[in-house]
Ligand binder design. Structure first.
Ligand code: C5P
Length: 296
């Protein structure tokens, strides 16, 4: 059963990552009148959708009894503030990480950013070994290095991408620092969440409600700080269209699937699954969308 869930969750992660990348790319190239949606509000909506989905899953686990659901939520979340508070750490780190990636993308071109961000595959392995006492054999370390090299080559900027944008050395440095810190935060937050999931009894959905609650609070703070003025002028849902909702739902689904992958598989396999999705989106880009020609 659990082996099935492991491969099912990894398979869905490949599908989810691929569709999210392609939909986001499509939504960016789409020309529409009026203001663009604010990504800070999309993050909050995705967190809220995730919480609703997790409450429904806990409801299902409570044999569809509202009374049991109410009791579980009270007992496991409100009455265990110290357990709930543990999730503030990965949640705060993920929020910081999302902001760092924003800094990175403002200072680096997208390709360089993606290449350097793959270092998270190795930081994740290092944190898994040090925090979860996972043992990796020689072949597993070799696979990780080969995977990282492969992913880096796949995303290596082509000549046309390099000369499209001149970025100053100072800004490159800021961007690189932001990605490097994000690699460590990604590895640490993922492994910390895995440790909490595997070393305590609470269900993955309860843990995700706790993570999402802090995520929503931090996310709302982000909306206020970055886009407060725009929101008060044009509203929270400015620029939302059908595609925005698809992106938001896919993002929320991503949070659920990542949680399931971390529970039934682990963070290292998550790295392999997302890499598989790079191959899949490359194939779809080439054969179906015809907007990408692979180089040698
Ligand atoms: O780049 P990385 O793999 O670290 O990104 C993980 C993403 O998954 C983060 O944006 C984080 O907010 C999200 N996540 C989630 N729910 C979890 C674990 C991670 O939404 N339980």
């Amino acid at each position: 059963m659990s082996a099935n869930l492991k491969y099912l969750s990894l398979g869905i992660l490949v599908f989810q990552t691929t569709s999210l990348v392609l939909t986001m790319r499509y939504s960016r190239t789409l020309k529409e009148d009026g203001p663009r949606y604010l990504s800070s509000t999309a993050v909050v909506i995705a967190e809220l959708l995730k919480i609703i989905a997790c409450i429904l899953l806990v409801y299902k686990d409570s044999k569809c009894s509202l009374r049991t659901l109410n009791r579980v939520l009270h007992d496991e979340i409100l009455n265990k503030p110290m357990e709930t508070l543990k999730l503030a750490i990965p949640s705060g780190i993920y929020t910081l990480q999302n902001n760092l990636l924003y800094v990175a993308l403002s200072n680096l071109d997208a390709a360089t950013y993606q290449v350097t961000y793959q270092l998270k595959i190795l930081t994740t392995a290092l944190f898994s070994v040090s925090m979860l006492s996972k043992k990796l054999g020689l072949y597993q370390w070799l696979s990780l290095v080969i995977l990282m090299a492969g992913v880096t080559f796949v995303q290596w900027p082509s000549d046309s991408q390099i000369d499209s944008k001149e970025l100053s050395a100072g800004s490159q440095f800021v961007g690189l620092m932001a990605v490097l810190i994000a690699c460590f935060s990604s590895g640490f937050a993922g492994v910390y969440f895995e440790k909490i999931l595997k070393e305590t009894k609470q269900s993955v959905w309860i843990r995700n409600i706790q993570l999402g609650s802090f995520g929503s609070i931090f996310g709302l703070m982000g909306v206020y700080i970055y886009d407060g003025e725009l929101v008060s002028k044009n509203g929270f849902f400015q620029g939302y269209n059908k595609l925005t909702w698809i992106v938001v739902v896919l993002q929320a689904l991503g949070g659920l699937v990542i949680a399931a992958v971390i529970k039934y598989a682990d963070n290292i396999l998550k790295g392999f699954a997302t890499s598989l999705s790079i191959i899949l989106s490359t194939l779809i880009s080439y054969f179906w969308l015809q907007d990408f020609v692979p180089t040698r």
